[in-house]
Design a protein around this ligand. Structure first.
Ligand code: UT7
Length: 328
């Protein structure tokens, strides 16, 4: 009987810039306090890029993932980067990564734009290439450099984000391990909840259009409520479509936006603290970098064992949300 082709994660890697900004450092820039940030979000510090580009962070994470997978860049035939802070408008960050790593010229390399859900959208896309036989070994990366797009005078957003990247190598596999279910969703009607116009000038032909402030704008309180509801639904959807139940879940790797959101999902799923990966205290919200960075840390800390069932869930601007179930 023919085996089903699945995407197996055979290596992970991550990278965050060296420079740390503590809550106290931020209190010197905007009117805030360590106590407010910690109690409302769970974040203690975040990393900010001084000399790292989005491509540079992605390449470092990818190299670590390739090393863990015991593969070379020459083995990769697909590169997908989830990012909303690309190196340039074009070419894609994936093209830069492809060339810097030495992935074969002519292989497919492109970005996906889904904000904080970017890594799971990239994973979902790569999985479809792998299951159809269009790719055998894929490099899936989530990277964001929000330090470039936050308004450092807006205390309601600048305290939340950090820079970072994570990567996973997927291999076509016919066993029972790998990606069991993946679901992605968008609802553009909610775009104004969370967006960043970017530094694009109106052209000389556009009538009455003024350049908007390029920075992130967020309705935090509304986004929070929608995120909790939506992520809880997304987790249930992915588990049900994998044919498993909540009781089968070994580890939850959620998007790291807010400790209170993660705790709500944990309680809804009936998971113990040690079954939930949380590293936002040290990195803040790294957008598309968040899930693969958290996964890589969990793997390197020995929290992920062969056969474990891992659930991923993300929510972000778009609005976008996604979930996935992996048997490790
Ligand atoms: O990653 C994509 C998805 N993003 C998210 O999921 C983020 C979701 N949102 C959140 O995490 C939370 O809404 C925040 C952490 C952003 C804010 O927490 P909140 O409990 O929703 O607070 P709030 O926005 O309702 O603000 C409460 C108060 C306000 O003051 P008043 O109007 O009550 O006097 C804010 O001005 O806190 C004030 N505030 C601050 N105070 C000190 C807002 N930011 C700060 C700050 N320091 N940094």
């Amino acid at each position: 009987m023919p085996h089903t082709l699945r995407s197996k994660i055979i290596g992970t890697g991550s990278y965050a810039p060296r420079k740390t900004l503590t809550n106290d450092d931020l209190a010197a820039i905007v009117e805030t306090s360590d106590a407010w940030i910690l109690s409302r979000t769970g974040i203690k510090e975040r990393r900010v890029a001084v000399s790292d580009s989005s491509t540079g962070m992605a390449v470092k994470a990818a190299k670590a993932a390739l090393k863990a997978a015991e593969l070379s860049a020459k083995d990769i035939d697909l590169v997908i980067v989830g990012t909303v802070t690309p190196e340039m408008i074009f070419p894609s960050t994936a093209c830069f990564v492809q060339s810097e790593l030495g992935v074969r010229g002519g292989s497919a390399a492109f970005d996906v734009s889904a904000a904080c859900s970017g890594f799971l959208f990239a994973l979902d896309t790569a999985d479809k290439y792998i299951r159809t036989g269009a790719a055998k070994k894929a490099l899936v990366i989530g990277v964001d450099k929000f330090s470039r797009i936050v308004d450092w005078q807006d205390r309601s957003t600048c305290v939340l984000f950090g820079d970072g990247a994570g990567a996973a190598v997927l291999s076509a596999s016919s066993g029972s391990r790998g990606l069991l279910a993946s679901r992605v969703h968008s609802d553009g009607r909610g775009w104004e909840m969370l967006y960043a116009p970017g530094a694009v000038r109106p052209s000389r032909f556009e009538d009455g259009v003024r350049a908007e402030e390029p920075y992130i704008k967020m309705n935090g309180n509304e986004t929070f409520k929608i995120a909790v509801r939506t992520m809880e639904r997304a987790v249930t959807e992915a588990i049900e479509s994998s044919g498993l139940t909540k009781g089968d879940v070994s580890l939850l790797v959620p998007h790291q936006a807010n400790m209170r959101i993660i705790k709500a999902i944990k309680e809804r799923m009936g998971l113990a603290d040690e079954q939930v990966v949380m590293n936002l205290d040290r990195y803040g919200n790294t957008s598309a970098g968040s899930i693969p960075l958290a996964l890589d840390e969990a793997v390197r800390e020995g929290r992920v064992k062969d056969g474990d069932v891992i659930v991923f869930v993300a929510f972000g601007g778009g609005l976008t949300w996604a979930s996935a179930v992996v048997r490790w």
